[in-house]
Design a protein around this ligand. Structure first.
Ligand code: ATP
Ligand code: MG
Length: 256
């Protein structure tokens, strides 16, 4: 049965999508069966997996509104060797349209339950907001992976996210926990990066993953080729870091 993880941080541009796409590809490389769920109307994870978001038969939008199911809407990422439940701008409407539906925060959970046996991991790329879409992700998941940039403002807003996760845990999804904080876009030449990184370890101890994702231009270039960085240039430092992170994650959940 799949372990379901949200990649979440309500801050914009902190590396959620890059992490979701490359962790999916990294896990696929070590033999794991992965479904990536794009829960962001920007559709960046869909495009990063090499799928044209402008030409979708069905997407996560139809799935949330009960007009399609995951089995019909998912597509294969040829480049990344994982499956994708894609998204595009249409998803922005779901937020409002779901208001009238019963159990609206559990629509994704119910939809994923039907395919969970086919995967080892389901990774959900959340939008940069604590919205109804993110709430659907948190209700569907066993855990949250929080990408953090090691910069001065990194910790700001983290308490809002942690409080939201606590509330969801208490009221809606008792299975939910924080799996860990992942340091991304790390620049070893910057003293500040080192300092914030050390602070994170002191504050959060074991909850900080050992793997660190460096700032690496190959990861940033890969989406324009419709490929995860892990497949675009497997020898690059960024790709190797995400593959190592995949291995660390597999180990970590064995002990959960
Ligand atoms: P949003 O909140 O808009 O969804 P996000 O949190 O998903 O953003 P990304 O889209 O993954 O963030 O990353 C933001 C930008 O930083 C992108 O241009 C991406 O290519 C770049 N980026 C992410 N990680 C790295 C990295 N390790 N090295 C270099 N560039 C990176
Ligand atoms: Mg994103």
């Amino acid at each position: 049965m799949a372990k379901i993880f949200c990649i979440a941080n309500q801050k914009g541009g902190v590396g959620k999508t890059t992490t979701t796409v490359n962790l999916s590809a990294g896990l696929a490389k070590i033999g794991q069966r992965v479904l990536l769920v794009d829960l962001d109307p920007q559709g960046n994870a869909t495009m990063g997996a090499g799928i044209n978001k402008a030409k979708l038969r069905a997407s996560v939008y139809e799935v949330l509104l009960g007009m399609s199911d995951v089995a019909a809407a998912r597509l294969a990422s040829e480049a990344g060797k994982f499956d994708v439940l894609p998204a595009n701008r249409e998803l922005a409407g779901a937020e409002v349209e779901m208001v009238e539906l019963e159990n609206r925060e559990k629509r994704l959970k119910d939809a994923l339950a039907l395919v969970a046996a086919e995967y080892d991991f389901i990774l959900i790329d959340c939008p940069p907001a604590l919205s109804m879409l993110t709430l659907n992700g948190l209700c569907a998941a066993h855990g949250v992976i929080i990408p953090m940039q090691c910069e001065y403002y990194a910790l700001e807003g983290l308490s809002d996210l942690v409080n939201t996760i606590k509330k969801v845990h208490a009221n809606l999804n008792p299975e939910l926990s924080i799996i860990g904080l992942l340091r991304v876009m790390f620049d070893p030449r910057m003293t500040l990066s080192q300092q914030v990184s050390t602070q994170l370890e002191q504050h959060f101890g074991d909850k900080v993953f050992k793997s660190i994702i460096p700032r690496n231009v190959r990861l940033a270039e890969a989406p324009s080729y419709g490929m995860p960085g892990v497949n675009f240039d497997v020898a690059s430092k960024g790709a190797q870091a995400y593959i190592a992170f995949g291995t660390e994650l597999v180990e970590r959940i064995k002990s959960m």
